[in-house]
Design a protein around this ligand. Structure first.
Ligand code: GDP
Length: 421
């Protein structure tokens, strides 16, 4: 993928069966971005069976088939571009590791398209995903009121659904001023790439125009360097090479850096990116680098690299706001699951349940609750069982969120409110 346009990570959220996959298929189809292997396979089949034209239905069959086979690409990590941006579709909620990936940055979304079926309106997962999107800091929302073909392109039905969604957004305090609503049919293609004659009463943007007009994600350049370490290699001729992605700030040769919680540091000698030596790297860049005096056993995955004069924070305890996605029973103080924050995985004890929040409004519903369960939002105090570098999400959002995993699944997600060093 070329780098001549800014890159946006887009999440497609919404209730099951409201048409998320179909909409992604439609976006890929309309922008000529159907994955090469799908086109290739179609060509082969067409030759064998003498089938003609490359059709939308074929794309959908193929994506559906891949999903059934459990192929990981599924609809996630598909790419398309508009005049202004390259878009990567990140995992959608419901896909197994969505919450974890989204939180740990593997698929941090900048914006989201909320799909709501016109014949069903706001449904339980519409609610859940909107709340999650807000918790995770997605601010721009495009609402695709889908399946308009099933409601005879009725403006009344559309207005009704828009009203329901607005109410939901208000409830969770989503800033709705900029939310854009579009009546579409992912299946038939109405108002996705081109204005539909079936909705003469609608004169707003079609979906691709709305995506094209999204604000640029602002790179967090004024935050200090934060570079979570993914792996540490030993490379002959160079020495120890930690690798990871620059989340915030810049890494320059000659900089004095520090790794936390390992608590070692030194001067950056070389930086390599895409197999080339560079002098500096910025947010989003994946780098390998070498630091004078640092050996392979001095640092490890889960460390965060920062400037020596503004090193990453190591938490003794921290207070966080969490949302419990799915837990078979209840969570009480003392519970010690594994926390996934950036590249670190550390067992942490939920030391106290401080406040239960109304999941819709975010207001305090109960002080010091005895337990919390699926669907609850709460403020809790957490004690890592091993040193963990983490930051308040208000200061460095990229390092201020985490997923809580237990029994092989993501059970909760959260963001750090404050850190006790
Ligand atoms: P997801 O679970 O949200 O990903 O939903 P899917 O994309 O799998 O769609 C669920 C069902 O709704 C499928 O049978 C689709 O063919 C159908 N569907 C999706 N979008 C539309 C639409 O715009 N119009 C109609 N009539 N059916 C649709």
């Amino acid at each position: 993928m070329s780098q001549d346009k800014p890159h946006q990570n887009l999440a497609i959220i919404g209730h099951v069966d409201h048409g998320k996959s179909t909409l992604v298929g439609r976006l890929l189809f309309e922008t000529g971005s159907v994955p090469e292997h799908v086109i290739e396979q179609h060509r082969e089949e067409a030759e064998e069976k003498g089938k003609g034209g490359f059709e939308f239905a074929y794309v959908m069959d193929n994506l559906a088939e891949e999903r059934e086979r459990g192929v990981t690409i599924d609809i996630a990590h598909q790419e398309f571009d508009t005049d202004t941006y390259y878009f990567t579709i990140v995992d959608t909620p419901g896909h197994r590791d969505f919450v974890k990936n989204m939180i740990t940055g593997a698929s941090q979304a900048d914006h989201a398209v909320l799909v709501v079926a016109a014949d069903d309106g706001v449904a339980p997962q519409t609610r859940e995903h909107v709340f999650l999107a807000r918790t995770l800091g997605i601010n721009e929302l495009i609402v695709a009121v889908n399946k308009m073909d099933l409601v005879d392109y009725s403006q009344d039905t559309y207005d009704e659904v828009v009203g329901e969604v607005r109410e939901l957004l208000d409830q969770v305090r989503f800033d709705t001023e900029d939310a854009e609503f579009i009546p579409v049919s992912a299946f038939k293609g109405d108002n996705v790439a081109e204005r539909s004659e079936n909705t003469p009463w609608y004169d707003g943007n079609v979906l691709l125009e709305a995506l094209n007009d999204l604000p640029e994600p602002s790179p967090p350049t004024d935050a200090p360097l934060r570079l979570p370490i993914q792996d540490v290699y030993t490379i002959s001729g160079i020495g120890t090479v930690p690798v990871g992605r620059v989340e915030t700030g810049t890494l320059n040769t000659g900089d004095n850096v520090n790794f936390q919680p390992s608590d070692v540091g030194g001067e950056v000698k070389t930086i390599e990116m895409h197999h080339e030596e560079v002098d500096y790297a910025g947010p989003g860049d994946n780098v390998g680098f070498n630091v004078r005096g640092i050996g392979k056993d001095d640092i490890r995955r889960g460390d965060v690299c920062g400037p020596a004069d503004d090193p990453p924070t190591v938490a003794e305890t921290f207070q966080a706001q969490i949302v419990v996605m799915q837990h078979p029973s209840v969570i009480t103080a003392g519970y010690t699951p594994v926390f996934h924050a950036h590249t670190a995985q550390v067992a942490c004890t939920i030391e106290s349940l401080d406040q239960k929040l109304d999941p819709a409004s975010g207001e305090v519903a109960e002080e010091n609750p005895d337990f919390i369960k699926s669907g609850d939002a709460a403020v809790v105090t957490i004690r890592p069982q091993k040193p963990l570098s983490i930051e308040p999400s208000s200061e460095i959002p990229e390092l201020g969120s985490f997923a809580i995993r237990d029994m092989g699944q993501t059970i909760a997600a959260g963001k750090v409110l404050s850190v006790n060093e």
